[in-house]
Write a protein that binds this ligand. Sequence first.
Ligand code: DX5
Ligand code: ZN
Length: 231
Amino acid sequence: MDCEHNIGATAPGRAFCRVAPSILSADFLRLGAQLASMPNADLIHLDVMDGHFVPNLSLGLPVLEALRRFDAETLIDCHLMIDNPLLYAGKFALAGANIVTVHVEAATDAELRRVLADIKSFGATAGLSLKPGTPVEALYPYLADIGVALVMAVEPGFGGQTFQNSALEKIRDLRTYIDKRGIACDIEVDGGINPKSAKKCREAGADILVAGNYVFGATDLKQAVENIRNG
Ligand code: DX5
Ligand code: ZN
């Protein structure tokens, strides 16, 4: 990837893991203050749910636009848990998302190819995610075309669930596949991340860790981010 923020260009064997707090667990009346209190967050993770692909509704474009106005620099990582990603993914890239990730289960191969091209045409990094029940091989045909492979460690739809260890095998498989071929794609993990599961993910080869409840449930958000990165 040639994106200026270097997602997808992390050197293999990196000592550094990025942390992406998920604002799904934020206190929305205090969102600005909460974000300002953790300047060490590497990305802000925005979960978009449509009530079809997952049985929940969450946030959308107005929140992304507000985040972009709030801070022009912070990297915004949009995770689209929606059907018909072709209709919306480009809009998120155009509205200022740095990464736009869609689900491999949400569209046909031809549609996914078009979605990824759309996202990139607006200058964002394209990501693909998979649910816990989807074999990791489903991502392999796309790895050379994406900057982020997002492994779900819980069923998408809700924050605060328990990390499923089966994600670790997928992270290891992806790490091996990516490194063997010298592909520039980062591995991101989402769901049930706390210091204990974060450590397992880092050891398995993850590059970016998403954490909702653990970070926003903490008294010291900045420290919570560090605990995910190094704890
Ligand atoms: C779940 C979302 C996650 C969620 C993670 O479908 O994709 O990003 O916010 O929340 P925690 O860290 O609480 O599991
Ligand atoms: Zn997410």
